[in-house]
Each structure stands twice: as structure tokens, then as C-alpha cells.
Design a protein around this ligand. Structure first.
Ligand code: SAM
Length: 240
């Protein structure tokens, strides 16, 4: 396994505002598994600020290395982590062991492995980068970020499933790029009876994946011509 706290050539994980230090635990990954980046760090910071009830149950969808499940478990949650990738679930199991966290790691499509279960905290850093392919990739590293032409393949599914995943006082924390329609997410959650708002924002320069698509984003009207930055947002949603 390859050690990482940042991904070579990509963005460093976000800093924890209270300590100034990196807010993602050190994790290991296998080739092709998403390295924690700024989006991961932003979400981890909001997880740390969330008040969890004693014995809270947490679910991390699209878990990758399992880093966000580790953050939740360290907060005392009984954590479950799900990813569609066999390699990612192997990395998540390994990282749970390394951090001495009891995490239930399951492989499957979104929340399919946890039918009829409800959680006090649901976290998700889904694939959200608009791509020329309409369908989600079925293998390879792109499965971590490509999400159809509007970037919403997974986001729309998460919004649709969220009410059924949350306990009555449960909270959803979701991170995405401004390129994938922040208002669309807020509206989709609102239509399902959840109160949703942006609780964290961070503007950052495009990394290599986004830079390679900058022209296409502009041609599709997703960005103004010449744009080389995106805004990452964390959305918090709950039942009013
Ligand atoms: C952006 S990465 C996030 C990884 C990790 N949560 C983090 O923040 O560092 C997205 C992850 O979603 C997983 N994924 C993609 N499609 C999925 C699906 N339909 N169901 C579950 N996981 C999926 C990918 O394998 C990848 O690990």
C-alpha cells in the first residue's frame, strides 16, 4: 500500500481551522483509490464540528480510503463505510485496522448494502465532476470523480435516498463542486422535506483533472471562459 496524506500533483487536504493542522487522519491506499484531498478535508472538518448523540450510528457513502469513516469513528460513532470499488473497500478495512477503529466496511452501490437502516450521521464525498460521458465509469480511477455530463449522477441519487437513511434527528453532510449545481442539490433535498444549507465553502484552483476539461466546461456553459477555479461546498441537511 502507498502511504499518503496528499495526492501527488493534486491539492493538499484542507486545514483544520481550529488547529491549523491537516484535518484528515493519515491513511493508506491502493492504486486507483481516491487520495484524500481538499473536498475530503472540508467534509472532515464539518464532521468534527457536528454534535453526535451517544452511541451514534454513522454511514460514509463513497468511502474510498475510509478516511471519513475513521473521523466519525474517532468521534465515537459506530461507523459503517460503503464503496462500490473492491480496492477501496480493501483500503478502508486496512485503514480501520491501522487506526484501531471498529468500522463495518461494505461493498456495493451507494446505500444498497444497508437496506432499511437509519443513521444519525451520513457523510458523502461522491463523484461530482462533469464529464463528456453520460454514464458513470464502471472501473478505473475515473470512477472516483466522473459523474455524467452535469456531474449529478450520484448527487441526485444521494438526495433521493437521504430521507430514508436519516434518523429523525439525523444529519447529512455532503461535499460537491459548484460546477455540479449547488442549488440543484439544495432544491432536491428541500423537495424531499429536508432543510439544507451550505455550511462550508472553499475556492480552489483547478487540479489536473479539472484543468484538462476547462475548455469543455466553458463550451458547455458550466463555467465562464478562462475559469480555472471552482468552489467546493459542504451542504448540511436534516429533517426540520
Ligand atoms: C471522490 S471519492 C471520495 C473518497 C473518500 N470518501 C474521500 O473523501 O477521500 C468517491 C468514491 O466513490 C466511490 N463510488 C463511485 N461510485 C459509487 C457508487 N455507485 N456507490 C458507492 N461508491 C461509489 C468511488 O469508488 C470512490 O471511492
Amino acid at each position: 500500500m502507498k502511504s499518503l496524506t496528499t495526492d501527488a500533483g493534486e491539492r493538499p487536504a484542507a486545514e483544520d481551522r481550529s488547529t491549523g493542522g491537516p484535518c484528515v487522519p493519515r491513511v493508506y491506499r491502493l492504486p486507483g483509490v481516491y487520495a484524500p484531498q481538499t473536498d475530503t478535508g472540508l467534509l472532515a472538518a464539518t464532521v468534527r464540528r457536528e454534535e453526535l448523540p451517544p452511541g451514534a450510528r454513522s454511514l460514509d457513502l463513497c468511502t474510498g480510503t475510509g478516511v471519513l469513516a475513521v473521523v466519525a469513528a474517532r468521534r465515537g460513532a459506530r461507523a459503517t463505510a460503503v464503496d462500490i470499488s473492491r480496492t477501496a473497500t480493501a483500503a478502508a478495512r486496512f485503514n480501520a485496522l491501522v487506526h484501531r477503529c471498529r468500522i463495518r466496511v461494505l461493498r456495493g452501490d451507494l446505500d444498497a448494502p444497508v437496506p432499511d437502516e437509519r443513521f444519525d450521521l451520513v457523510t458523502v464525498n461522491p463523484p461530482y465532476v462533469p464529464s463528456e460521458d453520460e454514464a458513470a465509469p464502471v472501473r478505473g480511477a475515473r470512477r472516483s470523480w466522473d459523474a455524467g455530463t452535469d456531474g449529478r449522477l450520484l448527487l441526485d441519487r444521494v438526495c433521493a435516498r437521504a430521507p430514508r437513511l436519516l434518523t429523525s434527528s439525523g444529519v447529512l453532510l455532503l461535499v460537491q463542486s459548484s460546477l455540479a449545481g449547488v442549488d440543484a442539490t439544495l432544491e432536491a433535498l428541500g423537495r424531499r422535506g429536508l432543510t439544507a444549507r451550505v455550511v462550508e465553502r472553499r475556492t480552489q484552483a483547478f487540479g489536473p483533472v479539472m484543468s484538462a476539461r476547462a475548455g469543455w466546461f466553458a463550451a458547455r456553459g458550466l463555467t465562464a471562459p478562462g475559469t480555472r477555479v471552482e468552489e467546493l461546498v459542504v451542504i448540511r441537511a436534516f429533517r426540520p
